[in-house]
Design a protein around this ligand. Structure first.
Ligand SMILES: [Zn+2]
Length: 370
């Protein structure tokens, strides 16, 4: 069996020059994957526009209809996509040039954004289907816009639909998974995913993130509610924890939690903005750190849920680092760790990492581990 992936070039119609979450992230990634040749060893699943039913399992119908209407109105303005882009070349101003609207101070939409968001969800759902039916060993949805900040009733932080949240619920409703583990190593707290499952004991949500940092949620005390009590685990690290901090969080917290929870499938919100070259963060993780975490998740999935590990791209804004992070993840997923290399390991000495153990001890006290 192979690793399934999806890539939909339509994503380029949702872009904004000067904004960190733009189409060049995917174009640069795709160029490296094609040049490398790894794609021939993987299984590509078809692009698809998601139907609304799985999206409405986690988002309100009012939000979905409003997003569709906003994009439809812009399409009806008669402006072409190229005109949209041209009008926006002055870069990310936070204003409303013709052909673009801001849903919050960070999140833009253009006339094609609703369809792009439906395709991001649809692609991840196809990968989920492939893994859950056993057609693929594991999978990676190379999608944008990202999803983990999107809230049930509105967009947030570059995200329109909660891709992983939709897919997790679909794994339960369509494929009969009872318990779903969602790990999130994007440098930002996955506030949207957290909110969608905060009172749901069937989903264990584990997020490592820089704190305090955007979106300024995800403290240790946010640990779930009602039947979801204890099923939200936040690891809010100060900047600079590096590979050692992330790997320690996996080994000391995520692995024992997962072994006790016994998930039927594991999802990963795979954001690579914790990379030390990333312009939006200061966690200073390297490719070796990301690969170590993927391998821990692969081992967990092998032990607990027939290898079912489904990754979905979230952040990652350095246009040289992101492609290599994705390539290395695909190599790990497809069982070729010997092929992994880090072209940036000798570019710059990373500074001494700050201790992460104080935060990990506080999380353990909260969980009753200590
Ligand atoms: Zn992020």
């Amino acid at each position: 069996m192979t690793t399934a992936y999806v890539y939909d070039p339509f994503n380029r119609h949702h872009t904004f020059p000067g904004h960190p979450e733009n189409h060049l992230r995917m174009e640069r990634m795709w160029a490296l994957l094609e040049a490398d040749g790894i794609l021939a060893t993987l299984s590509r699943v078809p692009n698809v526009i998601a139907s609304l039913d799985p999206i409405l399992a986690v988002h309100s119908v009012e939000y979905v209809e409003q997003l569709e209407a906003i994009c439809r109105d812009m399409a009806g303005s008669g402006r072409t996509y190229e005109e949209d882009l041209h009008s926006n070349e002055d870069s990310w101003s936070g204003e409303n040039p013709p052909g673009c609207r801001w849903l919050d101070q960070d999140t833009y939409v253009l006339s094609h954004s609703y369809e792009a968001a439906l395709r991001a969800v649809g692609g991840l759902l196809h990968v989920t289907d492939a893994v859950m039916t056993g057609a693929a060993a594991n999978g990676f949805a190379l999608v944008r816009p990202p999803g983990h900040h999107a809230r049930p009733r509105w967009s947030k932080g570059f995200c329109l639909f909660g891709n992983v949240a939709v897919a997790a619920r679909s794994a339960q409703q369509k494929h009969g998974a009872e318990r779903v583990l969602i790990a999130d190593f994007d440098v930002h707290h996955g506030n949207g995913t957290s909110e969608m499952f905060y009172d749901d004991g069937s989903v264990l949500f584990f997020s490592i993130h820089q704190y305090p940092h955007y979106p300024f949620s995800g403290d240790i005390d946010e640990s779930g509610r009602d039947s979801g009590a204890g099923r939200t685990v936040n690891v809010p690290f100060p900047s600079g924890v590096g590979d050692a901090g992330y790997i320690a969080a996996f080994r000391q917290l995520l692995i024992p939690l997962a072994q006790a929870f016994r998930p039927d499938v594991i999802f990963l919100s795979a954001g690579f903005d914790a990379h030390w070259m990333d312009p939006l963060s200061g966690h200073r993780v390297g490719i070796g750190g990301f690969v170590a975490m993927i391998e821990e998740l692969l081992a967990l999935a092998d032990t607990l849920c027939q290898g079912r590990l489904i990754c979905s791209l979230e952040g990652g804004y350095h246009l040289d680092a992101l492609p290599h992070c994705v390539l290395s993840t695909l190599r790990a997923l497809s069982g070729d760790p010997a092929g992994i290399s880090d072209p940036f390991s000798s570019v710059e000495e990373r500074p001494q990492v700050r201790t992460a153990q104080q935060v990990l001890s506080a999380v353990k006290r909260r969980l009753g581990f200590l």
